[in-house]
Structures are given as structure tokens and as C-alpha cells.
Design a protein around this ligand. Structure first.
Ligand SMILES: NC(=O)C1=CN([C@@H]2O[C@H](COP(=O)(O)OP(=O)(O)OC[C@H]3O[C@@H](n4cnc5c(N)ncnc54)[C@H](OP(=O)(O)O)[C@@H]3O)[C@@H](O)[C@H]2O)[C@@H](O)CC1
Ligand SMILES: Nc1ncnc2c1ncn2[C@@H]1O[C@H](COP(=O)(O)OP(=O)(O)O)[C@@H](O)[C@H]1O
Ligand SMILES: [K+]
Length: 478
């Protein structure tokens, strides 16, 4: 499990770690890790050319100390400072002693690697002044970019990018993951992420009295552990039954997709209730179908909404599901119907998972804004539901503020019906007995991984996600 830490908490831990160590040793560890990664990216040593972009804080000092290590290996290191009068003197001296040089931007030659040491967790607001042309230089250069701690121009806590920003190939993150590396535009700008443990984790864990960090990124092992496999004493009912109230005469495909993934989350049976019963049973003969939620029989969780439409029957389905005493996933048309019927949510005793994309979110809770974690948390607190806010980096927030940031996915998932697959899978995991927040985060993870897997074989449509999901589940559980 990886904890993800806002800047304020990293600062507090950093102070405590520094206090117990000789002066400069954290930075020495950081510089070593950056130099190792720089050499790996260069693929060759002697004669290679590295350009350091140096800011006036410790991020810039990290770059200079790493540059000194590279220069000692025969690499030609040039440094360009945002403000030459405010570079870290000791770090610059170290670079110079090793043979590196500080030069004005106009004299920077071609480079084989650019190291972004402009801004790290001290960043506030959009890039100012002399940093802008340096970031443009990096964007215009064909050289790969290694960002130190955070790509400059990305907000450390939100991932928001409000102007020019470094697009890194690799980001070497110091000590602890920051939210801005995992959500919003920051995720895209960070490229491949490497975390260097500077001894901060133990301090961060000690700072919170909670068993879990407030923000987490699940890894593959945790997803595998969350999935429930059938045991010798199981029958179809003990494994859980999921109900799907989705699709309509107008949108029978949504029912097929949603049921298609609901079959895969570890339940013993799927019940379908709605006007696409004929289409569903023709495609998935194992599914038990009825016309209405009231007729469906007992389930351990419901999914309501995909392709449901807004007719009186759709409203009846929503009322039937939310009036039940089992957990429910509300997606798509179900969310839109909730806008005028919020009471249905507040009256619930059982858990609810809401799965909005940005426009659905806005209708229910107002604009998402640039801080997606804060938006999802606000909505979860306000609604009492788990909120899965979809996107390039999906955020799952629980009503008490705990969050999961999803690491998987691909933009190929931006295809019609993809959300129907996610909703069905989430409901299925809930019915199988996984706790709501974890079920939503697990579904997002598997859905993203299935999308990436499907994308390896060509353009992705939502139907492709079903075999890819099976393959993903098989890979995780065997
Ligand atoms: N965590 C750890 O344990 C360790 C952390 N380490 C490293 O330290 C880094 C943090 O260093 P830091 O605190 O000195 O801040 P940093 O990011 O260099 O920036 C501060 C400077 O930026 C400026 N500035 C701010 N916003 C700006 C803007 N929008 N546009 C333009 N300028 C802007 C600001 O200017 P000012 O506001 O003062 O005018 C100030 O001069 C961290 O990311 C990691 O690399 C490692 O060395 C070892 C262990
Ligand atoms: N640009 C993107 N990058 C990665 N994932 C995306 C992107 N756009 C959408 N997705 C994912 O694809 C799914 C789309 O869901 P949704 O918008 O509800 O589609 P639909 O309503 O057509 O089924 C979500 O899981 C979302 O996170
Ligand atoms: K940086």
C-alpha cells in the first residue's frame, strides 16, 4: 500500500527526519537517486550532455548536487538558473568543483537529458517570471526530461496545471507520493514515477493516529487480496447475488454491458430487472431476468442507472433500488434522476456508491474545479455516499474523507459504454461482500487495467473490456 501525502504533512515529517540526521544527508540521498536514474536514462556515460534547470529552492539544490555526481562520471553538465542570484551556493560550488558550469539559457547547447529542478513541493500558483522560458526550453527540446520530485508547473496537492508545465518522461519523487503526481493533469505530466524512500515514510505513518493514511494508492497485491474467491462450502447464494436495474427499450446495450461485467466480480448469480430483459438473457443466458425491481427477488447489492432513461419506469427502478436495504451503485441516468430526488439518498440506511463523470458530478454537487480530490471528498461528505469521480485518474472518496487514487487506466476508456462496465463491476464486488470504498477502488483499478490490456490489441470499444476484465482477474488471482 502506498500512502499519498499532502505537502503540509510531508513538511512536518521532513522536519522530524532532518532533525535526526547530519546536515545535508537527506539531500545527499536525493541527489544519489537522481544521478542513478539520470544515468539509466542516458544509457551511456562519458561524453553525454545533461542540462540542469535550477530553481532557487531545495529542488534546485537537488539538481545541482545530482549534476555534480554526474559530472564526476565524465558527463558534461550545464546548469541554467531561474535566478542566478538565488541559487544554493554550496550546491553550485559542488557542481563547479566536479567540472559542471552555470551558463545563461542562450548558451545552452543540445542536451541528451534535461533535469527539471525548478520547483518541487515549494511551488505555489502558476509558474512565474524566469521559470517560464526555462520550461518552454524543455518542451521545445527533443531530449528526455527527468523531473525532480514533481514536474515544475504542477500543483503538488491537486495536480492542477494552470500554465506552462514540464512534461516529464520520468519523475523521481522524494520520500513520499504527493497527490499532484497521481491526479489531474499532474499524472500525465509526471510520466513514469519512481519513489525514493528517504526515511520519510515511518515519520509520516507516525504523524497520523489513523490505521491508514487518508489518501492511498492501491497496488496490485492489495487488489488481489481484496478479491474473494469461492471456497469449498460456497454455493451461488453465499457468494452473493447482484441486481442490475439498467438499460431500457431505447438503450438495451447498456444493460448488456452492465450485466456483462456484473457477472465477473465474484458473485454467484446476477439478477436483471428492466425493459431489456430479452436482450440480456439472449446475450447472457445465466442471468435471472424480471421486468421490475420489485419482482427481482433478494440480492446483496444493486446497480442502477446505466441506459435507464428518465421515464416513470426509470424513476420506479431508482426508487425500488434506493428503497432497499442493500448497498447500491448509482450511475449515469440514475445520477441524473437523483438531482431532483436527493431525499432518496438521505433516506438510505445501506451504503451507496455514486459513480459520476464530471458533468454528472456538476449537476449533483456543483463544478468539480481543479482539485479533484477535494471535490470528491466534498461530495462524499455531503451525500453520505462513496463517490467515485471518473476521469484520467479516477478518485474514490469515502464520506469520512478517506480517498483512493486509481493508478490504472488509459484514455482509450473514453468510449461509449465504458462506464456501464465499471458500474456493473462495482456492484458485483459490493454484492460479493467487499466494503463500499474498497469495492469502488478495486473496480476502478480492474476497469483501468482491463482498458490498458484491451488497448494493446487495437482500438477499444466497451464490449472489449469484458474479455479483458476476465483476463485481468485471471492474472491477478492465479
Ligand atoms: N521532502 C523532503 O524530505 C526532501 C525534499 N527535498 C527537495 O526539496 C524540495 C522542496 O524545496 P523547497 O522547500 O526549497 O521548495 P522548492 O520546490 O525548491 O521551491 C521553492 C522556491 O520556488 C519559488 N516558487 C514557488 N512557487 C513558484 C512559482 N509558481 N513560480 C516561480 N517560483 C516559485 C519560491 O520562490 P519565493 O516564493 O520564495 O519567491 C522558492 O524560491 C523538494 O521538492 C525536494 O526536491 C530533498 O532535497 C530532500 C528531502
Ligand atoms: N481521458 C480518459 N482517460 C482515462 N480514462 C477515461 C478517460 N475518459 C473517460 N475515462 C474512463 O472511462 C469511463 C467512462 O465512463 P462514462 O463517462 O460513464 O462512459 P459511458 O457513460 O459512455 O459509459 C470511466 O471509467 C472513466 O474514468
Ligand atoms: K521539479
Amino acid at each position: 500500500m502506498a500512502g499519498v501525502w499532502p505537502v503540509a504533512e510531508i513538511r512536518a515529517a521532513e522536519d522530524r527526519v532532518r532533525a535526526g540526521l547530519p546536515e545535508g544527508s537527506l539531500m545527499a540521498r536525493a541527489a544519489r537517486a537522481i544521478a542513478v536514474q539520470a544515468r539509466a536514462m542516458l544509457g551511456f556515460g562519458y561524453g553525454a550532455r545533461v542540462l540542469l534547470l535550477v530553481g532557487s529552492g531545495d529542488n534546485g539544490a537537488d539538481a545541482l548536487y545530482a549534476g555534480a555526481q554526474l559530472a564526476r562520471r565524465g558527463i558534461a553538465v550545464q546548469a541554467v538558473a531561474a535566478d542566478p542570484a538565488r541559487v544554493d551556493g554550496a550546491a553550485l560550488a559542488a557542481l563547479r568543483r566536479a567540472g559542471g558550469r552555470l551558463i545563461p539559457l542562450e548558451r545552452a547547447g543540445d542536451a541528451d537529458l534535461i533535469v527539471d529542478g525548478l520547483l518541487g513541493i515549494g511551488a505555489s500558483g502558476p509558474l512565474r517570471g524566469a521559470l517560464v522560458p526555462l520550461v518552454r526550453h524543455a518542451s521545445d527540446s527533443p531530449a528526455p526530461v527527468l523531473a525532480i520530485d514533481l514536474p515544475s508547473g504542477v500543483d503538488p496537492d491537486t495536480g492542477a496545471v494552470a500554465g506552462p508545465a514540464v512534461r516529464a518522461d520520468v519523475t523521481v519523487c522524494m520520500g513520499a507520493l504527493k497527490p499532484g503526481l497521481l491526479v489531474g493533469a499532474g499524472r500525465l505530466h509526471a510520466g513514469r514515477l519512481l519513489v525514493v524512500d528517504l526515511g520519510l515514510h515511518a515519520e509520516l505513518a507516525g504523524l497520523t493516529e489513523l490505521a491508514q493514511p487518508m489518501i492511498r494508492r492501491l497496488d496490485e497485491d492489495e487488489i488481489a487480496a481484496a478479491l474473494l474467491e469461492p471456497g469449498p462450502d460456497d454455493d451461488k447464494y453465499t457468494r452473493g447475488v447482484v441486481g442490475v436495474a439498467a438499460g431500457s427499450q431505447a438503450y438495451p446495450g447498456a444493460a448488456q454491458l452492465c450485466v456483462g461485467s456484473a457477472r465477473l466480480g465474484g458473485v454467484g448469480a446476477v439478477r436483471y430487472a428492466g425493459h431489456a430483459a430479452h436482450e440480456v438473457v439472449r446475450r447472457w443466458p445465466e442471468v435471472l431476468v424480471t421486468e421490475t425491481v420489485a419482482e427481482a427477488g433478494r440480492v446483496q447489492a444493486w446497480v442502477v442507472g446505466p441506459g435507464l432513461g428518465s421515464t416513470s419506469d426509470a424513476v420506479k427502478s431508482l426508487r425500488g433500488v434506493l428503497g432497499s436495504d442493500v448497498p447500491a451503485v448509482v450511475d449515469a441516468d440514475g445520477l441524473n434522476l437523483l438531482v431532483e430526488r436527493r431525499q432518496l439518498l438521505s433516506d438510505r440506511g445501506a451504503a451507496t456508491v455514486l459513480t459520476p463523470h464530471d458533468r454528472e458530478f456538476e449537476r449533483l454537487f456543483g463544478p468539480v474545479g481543479t482539485d479533484r480530490i477535494a471535490a470528491a471528498r466534498r461530495a462524499a461528505a455531503e451525500s453520505g455516499a462513496v463517490v467515485l469521480l471518473k476521469g484520467y485518474a479516477t478518485v474514490v472518496a469515502e464520506p469520512d474523507g478517506h480517498c483512493y487514487l486509481n493508478p490504472t487506466g488509459t484514455a482509450a476508456l473514453a468510449t461509449a459504454g465504458s462506464g456501464d462496465v465499471l458500474a456493473g463491476l462495482t456492484g458485483s464486488l459490493l454484492a460479493a461482500g467487499i466494503q463500499p470504498g474498497l469495492a469502488a477502488a478495486t473496480a476502478a483499478y480492474l476497469h483501468g487495467a482491463a482498458g490498458a490490456r484491451a488497448a494493446q490489441d487495437g482500438p477499444v470499444v466497451a464490449s472489449d473490456l469484458l474479455p479483458a476484465l476476465r483476463a485481468e482477474l485471471a492474472a491477478l488471482t492465479t
